[in-house]
Design a protein around this ligand. Sequence first.
Ligand code: HAX
Length: 433
Amino acid sequence: MATLQETLTTKIPGWRKEVGEVRKNLGDKVISQVTVAQAYGGMRGVKGMICDTSVVEPDKGLIVRGHPLLEIKHLWPEEVFFLLLTGDQPDEAAKKALQQDFDKRAQVPEYVWDVLKAMPADSHPMCMFDTAILVMEKESVFRQQYDKGMVKADYWGPALEDSLCMLAKMPAIAAAVYRIRYGKGKLIPWTPGLDWGANFAKMLGLPDPTGTFAKLMRLYLNFHADHEGGNVSANTCHTVGSSLSDPYYSVSAGLNGLAGPLHGLANQECLGWVLETMEKFGGTPSEEQLREFAFETLRGGKVIPGYGHAVLRVTDPRFAGFLEFGKEHLPKDPVFNTVARVYDVIPKVLEEFSAERVKAGKAPIANCWPNVDAGSGALLYHFGLTEFPYYTVLFSVSRAMGMLAQLILNRAMGTAITRPKSVSTAWVQANVK
Ligand code: HAX
């Protein structure tokens, strides 16, 4: 089978033709309406952008290029990246070629280590990771080619080049953030010939005698890669990239969005909440104790992290996949068992609380089911990755694949600069009847 680069070179002309025809034949058709509530409410449900890498069905969850997530959970992250970009799953030869490509690009410039080591010792790991990505911007082939006068049809090639360089280095950088930030000793180098996920697991330096942690890393990096185009990280990367800022600027921007507690940071918050319950009740709490604590959290004006979603209306299949992994590999772990019990209790609590909210004239909680962040932390914790402010960095390494796949496709399709129209409150008052 052809390599990633060859596959894209073959497919892009066909996609351009297809998109050209869609735009020509259907360009004036309406696909969405926007209410005043949506304009104030984060544009929830407004269909206003195109993303071909994946879709999120409210009642099914993530579908990657036509494949429901749990049907492709066995794929390694580099296979997921290939699939996101091309729509095809690579065969062994194409996968090997991509792994060898990463081997060639994995060397991280020395100045990145200098920058990381110079940052304040109490920097948040996400700030360190984002900074490391941004500081590599000077390597951008896209920017160099653009400055030389590249034609629009060629944009995707250097965007792919930058993406592969960035992805190849990300596991080493993320692992370095972990080891520097938490004083874990010398950095562990990339091992040529080892896959992307297992390499990352190895460079983190946690004991993994059975290889189960490497397995978890592959699953983790698969599950977090993409979640269609409108989520904060992907949408931010898209918006920044649409101005033709190069992939380093764009991904770093997207990751800054991932660092928010309502988005990727929820995984650190979630494990914090679970551990808090265990501390308060001296071990895995009973269902009644959990109920009580959940209501205390909610009535204190806080959210239950890991629950709710802007699009999903069912249990997130990514959560279901992690739960299955935990049941298979760590069925006796008390933190994992607490997460499983939280899943038994919280949806019902949120439903009741939502009804209370409605009675008080507030909006209902649209989705009372767990999202991706509800369970992943407990698995990491089991394997000795106990520094939970670090968890969003793991999410970032994975999400970079989705953001970059979307960015490359946008460059290939010549997607326009993002510029929705805003209106003022005075305009709404004067014009909306
Ligand atoms: N606990 C308590 N209240 C919740 C809630 C939860 N888990 N989920 C939603 N609500 C509240 C909202 O805060 C909102 O209240 P206000 O009207 O008072 O502001 C109300 O219910 C309606 O919100 P919604 O329509 O159900 O949800 P949104 O689309 O506005 O927000 C969020 C979706 C994911 C941000 C929200 O469910 C939330 O804050 N969840 C907890 C944090 C979390 O798990 N975030 C990670 C999401 C997945 C992700 O992006 N991972 O990276």
